[in-house]
Design a protein around this ligand. Structure first.
Ligand code: RB5
Length: 153
């Protein structure tokens, strides 16, 4: 697995421990990581870190990102407000695989209060390795950019 840029990763206090584990997996896969925080278990607001990671991916500075909070729900909601971000909340290997193959997900989201280290490691591995299948799925993704009027600020 080779990426054009480091993987940008962020979390809140509820997933700090899992984020540190995920960083360690990424290093064993020889992947460079840009960690935008948090750096401790002190209380924090997940949107602040979701925004940093989503901005990094949305602007194209980073090809892929990872976000973690307690459930993964809040981070997914924040990240998917950004153009070109396709954040996928994955707590199964199947979801991680399909989010790449069919949805070309570019941010992986997990909940530190939902899954343990072993499953997270496999989810990360599969998500990094699975290719986007293109074809009809590419045509469906194009429709994301045509939402236009339906998307109100
Ligand atoms: C923090 O208590 C928790 O609300 C947050 O980590 C996350 O689960 C939000 O979606």
């Amino acid at each position: 697995m080779k990426f054009k840029s480091p993987i940008i990763i962020g979390c809140d206090h509820a997933a700090y421990a899992l984020k540190e584990k995920v960083k360690a997996f990424l290093i064993t896969f020889s992947i460079t990581v840009e960690d935008v925080g948090v750096y401790s278990e002190s209380s924090s607001d997940y949107p602040d870190y979701g925004i940093k990671v989503a901005q990094g991916v949305s602007t194209g500075k980073f090809e892929r990102g990872m976000l973690l909070c307690g459930t993964g729900q809040g981070m997914t909601m924040v990240a998917n407000r950004f153009a070109h971000v396709r954040a996928a909340l994955c707590h199964s290997i199947f979801a991680a695989d399909m989010s790449r193959r069919h949805n070309d997900s570019n941010i992986l989201v997990m909940g530190g209060r939902v899954i343990g280290e072993g499953l997270a490691r496999e989810i990360v591995r599969v998500w990094l390795e699975a290719p986007f299948e293109g074809t009809r799925h590419k045509e469906r993704l194009k429709k994301f950019d045509q939402l236009g009027e339906h998307v109100k600020k």
